[in-house]
Design a protein around this ligand. Structure first.
Ligand code: EPU
Length: 340
């Protein structure tokens, strides 16, 4: 049975770098270890928080329960033909290390998602994505432990019900499963996705003549480093809000007053608007309030300069939501999970 420690600081386990203590804390390296911990009577009635990389959570205060960190690792080939490889990775694998491993193996599919913080197991939870590619595009299936009966269930793409930063695990499946492993279908023959202008511009600046998965990954890393704060230096959780999907009629009426408002079409009646633009227009970009603030280079990212509290960040988020709504009549909602 893995050791269970008491009164553990969660500061190293959340990328916001918030100070909060867990009543109990442990890690599991296999499903057997996880079941062992969960079967222990001492902790049966404790509430539980399952952590991956801690890169999408806002700890509101000390956690009065058991925090369990997924450290199940391992990468294996499930199947292979001349064109494709299915790789299965442990839920506790670091996402970016996994991406680099696929690039090392000359496989294509997830290079656009380089440098996203977090773990493989957390990736399907909110269908992570960047620069034109989402996890759902390469997803095959995942294995998850059902926390009610301790059975391992397999979820295919349909069962995961992926949407923009959404999945079954954020709704009906919330709190009911722990993701143990995820399988991805990757391509031996590269399929480059350079639809995002910023990638093309960066590749040009880098003087890249011939496209490769490595070159795309390097370009994505360069873009992310130029815009997004490194959690090792400034605490943050990436995009704090989702980009709102709004009715075209609302978009058109806002556009009359603010002709520069950008949008990405979703379907006939819906468009997505960059929340970063809305927040910048509402004059929050770069604002600092004591130990916390809005990132200077990307208004979608809230930051903890050190010593900030979860509640302060939640208050700031609320103020931003309110002022964006007052100015544009558009609701923005957090992507980050509030934990209390
Ligand atoms: N913009 C501004 N001001 C800002 C930030 C953005 O005006 O301060 C506008 C610009 O017009 C820009 C547009 O917003 O052209 C889009 O900005 P960006 O390309 O930086 O992307 P984003 O929509 O802000 C999303 C994801 C990111 C992902 C990037 C690239 C969400 C919530 N965020 O951000 O994902 O890296 O696209 O694909 O969808 C994350 O989820 O944590 C994350 C970092």
């Amino acid at each position: 049975m893995p050791e269970i420690s008491e009164n553990v600081s969660l500061k190293p386990y959340n990328t916001f770098g918030l100070e909060a203590k867990a009543k109990y804390f442990s890690v599991f390296r296999s499903v057997e270890e996880l079941i062992e911990i969960l079967s222990d009577h001492k902790y049966k009635n404790e509430k539980k928080l399952f952590l991956g990389g801690g890169s999408n959570i806002l700890l509101m205060n000390d956690y009065d329960g058991l925090v369990l960190r997924n450290e199940i690792i391992g990468i294996e080939v499930v199947s292979e033909n001349t064109e494709k490889v299915v790789l299965k990775a442990g839920g506790g694998e670091n996402w970016h290390s996994f991406v680099l491993e696929t690039i090392e193996r000359n496989l294509s599919g997830i290079e656009n998602m380089s440098l996203i913080p977090g773990t493989v197991g957390a990736a399907p939870m909110q269908n992570i994505g960047a620069y034109g590619v989402e996890v759902k595009d390469v997803f095959v299936e995942l294995e998850a432990l059902n926390l009610w009966n301790f059975e391992i269930e397999v979820f295919d793409k349909d069962k995961c019900n992926f949407g923009y930063r959404e999945s079954y695990f954020k709704h009906e499946g919330k709190g009911k499963y722990v993701i143990l492993s995820v399988s991805f279908e990757l391509s031996k023959k590269p399929v480059f996705n350079v639809s995002y202008g910023a990638i093309r511009d960066t590749l040009d600046q880098m003087g890249v003549k011939e496209l490769s998965v490595k070159a795309i990954s390097d370009a994505v890393i360069a873009i992310r480093k130029s815009k997004l704060p490194d959690p090792a230096e400034i605490g943050n959780s990436g995009s704090f809000f989702k980009n709102p999907e709004i009715e075209k009629t609302l978009y058109e009426s806002v556009k009359q007053q603010y002709p520069a408002i950008p949008c990405y079409p979703i379907d006939e009646n819906t468009v997505k608007v960059p929340a970063g633009w809305l927040i910048e227009q509402a004059e929050w970009k770069g604002k600092r309030i004591g130990d916390i603030g809005v990132h200077t280079k990307q208004a979608l990212v809230l930051v903890n300069y050190g010593g900030g509290k979860g509640q302060q960040i939640a208050d700031l988020a609320y103020k931003i939501q309110t002022s964006v709504f007052d100015k544009f009549g558009i609701k923005i909602t957090p992507e980050v999970n509030f934990i209390s």
